[in-house]
Ligand binder design. Structure first.
Ligand SMILES: C[S@@+](CC[C@H](N)C(=O)[O-])C[C@H]1O[C@@H](n2cnc3c(N)ncnc32)[C@H](O)[C@@H]1O
Length: 230
């Protein structure tokens, strides 16, 4: 057995990605366009994109909500799992980033299944109230707002809605009880909410992939709507 050194786990990630994800010109072109626009390379790793795709498929999702679009790499993975009448509503705060995402989803052939809403998550989410509930919610924006996004996931979902929160490992910092960095504290508050709020049933897994040491939380909404007083 090999110890999980960075070289070893990167080799395993490459092996998984080559064996199970493979070469994908549309997704690679989306990442290339994102890089050409000088956007950060903080999209999910290919194996995690495939995980989102499979979760949407397993959930039989027709309506997906994503918070944090970037160049739409994860959006494309999610949109591809939907039926012809499905939709990914994806929220992005930066207009220039949203424009890159729009071009990428159109080039990838899923533009008709992607609705990009421009604005900060906390402002856009309340405008979605009253729409048909979402079957899957992917939270991948500013970590400081994770509890706000989780609250909206329960309000805008239905019992059975799948909720995925990215980057919950933060290179191990999430386990630091004295953490002061706002992204780490935001991630901790989100996980604590998933563990204690009766609207969710959740777990989290560490990930070692092309993006380093991190983690993903996966939850199901067991009771939808606003939080109730204990
Ligand atoms: C980690 S990236 C998203 C990556 C994308 N989900 C993927 O895997 O391809 C985070 C994105 O969230 C956006 N963002 C940050 N704060 C936000 C906010 N408050 N509301 C909406 N989007 C935000 C950033 O501009 C950035 O594009």
């Amino acid at each position: 057995m090999t110890d999980p050194t960075p070289d070893a786990w990167r080799a395993v990630d490459r092996y998984f990605a080559e064996t199970l994800v493979g070469h994908d010109p549309a997704l690679e072109s989306a990442v290339a366009a994102q890089s050409a626009a000088e956007l950060p390379a903080i999209e999910v790793a290919p194996v995690n994109g495939k995980l989102l795709h499979l979760l949407a498929h397993i959930a039989g999702a027709r309506r997906v909500l994503e918070i944090g679009t970037l160049g739409a790499y994860s959006t494309i993975w999610l949109a591809r799992a939907l039926p012809a009448d499905g939709i990914v509503v994806t929220i992005e705060a930066e207009p220039r980033t949203a424009a890159v995402a729009r071009e990428n989803v159109d080039r990838a052939g899923v533009g008709d299944r992607v609705d990009i809403r421009l604005g900060r998550g906390e402002h856009v989410l309340p405008t979605l109230e009253g729409e048909e509930p979402f079957d899957l919610v992917f939270i991948d924006a500013d970590k400081e707002s994770n509890t706000i996004y989780l609250d909206w996931a329960a309000r805008l979902g239905h019992p059975g809605t799948v909720v995925v929160v990215d980057n919950v490992g933060r290179g191990g910092d999430v386990a630091d009880p004295h953490a002061t960095r706002s992204d780490v504290v935001g991630t901790q508050r989100g996980l604590e909410m998933l563990g204690s709020d009766p609207r969710f049933d959740a777990t989290a897994l560490q990930t070692l992939d092309a993006k380093g040491w991190d983690g993903v939380a996966i939850a199901v909404v067991v009771r939808c709507g606003p939080a109730t007083e204990a």
